[in-house]
Design a binder for this molecule. Structure first.
Ligand SMILES: [Zn+2]
Length: 253
């Protein structure tokens, strides 16, 4: 029987402790560089929570609209566009937690918020008969200049999360926003500027044939953006359309 040399054992033990300290240091450093904090209350999160802490999640204003036909989102579009189903994940109220979270998504270079919320909502929608027949996801495009400045389209990030959980593809190259300039050579520079318009366009609309499209936006207020997009989809193809957004704002419900 060999007896371990106590000096070697002690050295191994010390090496192990040094290794653990180094790993801890790297973790702490990574945390400083990429902090995992609650986007609602600012508390540091442990590894079991993503984006929002457990306490804040309990307070979030979930709507459960996905379960209800004739819900406030669907009512908003009555008489404007025929929809298969429509929902919003949260109610948006000024000064509320969703405003704080969406502000970070849009202005604090934090695209992960969109992906995580989409992933969570996708788990719910894939079990919901009103939404689980969707075959593709199209995000509402951003103005190209704004997307360049922000670095990402927040609606596409939400769509990517939904896609991961629902198991259906997301396409950001079918519904696009283009800048169209009318040729007005004799008009003044200001008048020409006035004639620069951004419009939604469909590229390769044949891909929409017989599809059930889930049209996705970040916040619904008047619904006019989604209405323009849905109108375009309906005019150019025979797809059916549903809508999902992160939040519904400005309505009493
Ligand atoms: Zn929190």
């Amino acid at each position: 029987m060999t007896v371990a040399n106590p000096t070697i054992l002690k050295r191994l033990n010390n090496n192990h402790k040094i290794l653990i300290s180094i790993i801890k240091l790297i973790k702490d450093l990574a945390f400083i560089l990429y902090p995992n904090y609650c986007r609602s209350c600012g508390l540091i999160l442990d590894n079991t929570n993503e984006i929002i802490c457990f306490e804040c999640r309990l307070q979030l204003p979930f709507t459960d609209f996905h379960e209800l036909s004739d819900n406030p989102v669907e009512r908003l579009f009555y008489g404007r566009i025929p929809l298969f189903s429509a929902t919003a994940m949260f109610r948006f109220r000024k000064e509320g937690s969703i405003q704080v979270i969406l502000h970070s998504l849009k202005y604090h270079n934090d695209p992960k918020i969109g992906v995580v919320l989409g992933r969570q909502y996708g788990l719910i929608l894939r079990e919901e008969p009103r939404f689980n027949t969707c075959t593709m996801i199209l995000p509402v495009p951003l103005h190209p200049q704004r997307e360049r400045k922000r670095g990402y389209n927040q609606s596409l990030k939400f769509a990517e999360g939904l896609s991961q959980s629902m198991g259906i593809p997301v396409y950001s190259d079918i519904l696009v926003k283009q800048i169209k300039t009318e040729t007005q050579t004799r008009k003044s520079a200001f008048k020409r500027w006035e004639n620069v318009k951004t419009v939604f366009s469909l590229l390769s609309s044949e891909r929409l044939a017989n599809q059930h499209v889930l049209l996705v936006d970040d916040v619904i207020t008047t619904g006019s953006t989604l209405e323009s997009c849905a109108q375009l989809l309906m005019n150019e193809s025979n797809c059916s359309i549903s809508i999902a957004s992160i939040a519904l704002a400005g309505h009493s419900f």
